[in-house]
Each structure stands twice: as structure tokens, then as C-alpha cells.
Design a protein around this ligand. Sequence first.
Ligand code: NAD
Length: 251
Amino acid sequence: MTGTAADLAALLSEARHAIVLTGAGVSTESGIPDFRSAGGLWEEYDPMEVASMRTFMNDPQRFWRFHRPRIDMLASVAPNAAHRAIAELQRRGVLHELITQNIDRLHARAGSEDAIEVHGSLDRGVCLRCDHGVPIDELVALADAAADGVPRCAACGFQMKSGVILFGEMLPDVAINAAYAAAHAADVMLVIGSSLLVAPVSGLPGIVVGGGGRLAILTESETPWDDRCTVRLHGRAGEVMAETLEILTSG
Ligand code: NAD
């Protein structure tokens, strides 16, 4: 099944309550690699090993050697046309809730400030022992001040982590509940740049379809939901979303 930006625009304009779910593929055009595509993070590292609670607890120096460049990279990337189109469609009321697996803050920087971040976010640091929280700039300053590059809590001295949820860590209840509530309220879900292989997000399309809603999927690779969607687009997220916005603006 294939579709065009015009098909997507028609689906969105007919919707009563359209929501959008994004994954790493919405940020690759900003220069942030995804996990599973060629050149993605899994070719270089096993994130399940290095971005895990086990490594954070047992070898915080190794964890921070992997994690720190990812924080620093955010200074040199910017939202792309897909992030901007989503924010504009939310502003116009065409799209409602935005659920994202991304931790890169690019949706917020494009204007989608209320994104439901199911895997946490790189906007802060937190101490897992005493719950002390700091903004991301302070977390980076603490890492810079440490000889081993591991930021430590000013309140209790324990190693700090960022707000990104690690493999082996509980997902944030509030965000997960909000994501499920949005899926239950939706009659259309647009998925952009996610392989839909990672739980709990992999279960959200089923809620929408099970409730009689329709799916649109815009990713380069296949997903397990491809044969159950109404519109299937294989283009680049930025190009297709810019075109969809243009059609909705002129039509
Ligand atoms: P994924 O790597 O499993 O899937 C990405 C999907 O996007 C693939 O289908 C790929 O073909 C597609 N894609 C890549 N570039 C695209 C483009 N320009 N246009 C359209 N499609 C494109 O990523 P996922 O589904 O988000 O799930 C895995 C995990 O990746 C999540 O846990 C997420 O937290 C994490 N992650 C986040 C970031 C980020 O914050 N930017 C980066 C890497 C990984």
C-alpha cells in the first residue's frame, strides 16, 4: 500500500481527533542517527548494554563516556521541517497530542512544548538516590567539574543521570498514561519515523485501530502495522510533512 502527502492531508482534515507519534526517524534529517537504519547507533554500540541501568550503576564512567557526546551533540543540531510542520499543525488544531520516543528536545524547540516524552528527555539531570533534580546545563557543569566526567549530586554525592530513561529502568507513569489516554481519544494516529518495534509505543496503534480509528505511517523502513494502515508513506519525514502542511494550507 502506498500513499501521497495529499492522501495524508485528506485523512488529517477529515479527523475528529488526530494525534501524532514520533520516533528517531523524525530527527535523522537534523543529523541525529536513529537506532536501526544503516549508520544508526546499533551499528556502533549496543545501546541495550551501554545505555542501561546496569552500566550506569556498575560503571558510571563508561556510561558517561557514551552519554556525554549525545548531550553535547544537541548544541549543534536544530529542528527540521518535520518538527516544524508538526508544531504548526498542532497550533492549527489539526494535530492534537504529540507522543514521542525521542529524548532530543527538538519537538519542544520547534514549538511543541507539551510533547508526551515516553522515554524521558535530555532536559534535566536527576539523582536516583535522593531525587535531587537539576537543569541539563547544571548536569553538564557537574560532569565538567569531575575528574572522571561523572556528575555527582550536590545533595548526597551519588552519581547523577540525565532524564533519559535507560534500558532496565521503569518508564515514566505520567507520560505512559497520557500516551494511552491520547490513543484512546484518537480517531487518527499519524506515526512518523518509528519502526514501532519498541514497547510500549508498539501497542498504541492497536488501541487506535481497535477503537475503529485509522492509521497513517510515514517511515522509510517497514513496520509491523503496515498492512493495517489507511495511508502508508515511505518518503523522508521533513519533505513529506512540509508538503502535507502546504496542501493543508492551500486547500
Ligand atoms: P528506530 O531506529 O527503531 O526506527 C526509526 C524509523 O525511522 C525507521 O523505520 C527508519 O526507517 C525511519 N526513518 C529514519 N529516517 C527517516 C526519515 N528521514 N524519514 C522517515 N523515516 C525515517 O527508532 P524508534 O522507533 O524511535 O525506536 C527506538 C528507540 O530509539 C527509542 O527508544 C528512542 O528513544 C530511541 N532513539 C531516540 C533518538 C532521538 O531522540 N533522536 C535517537 C536514536 C534512538
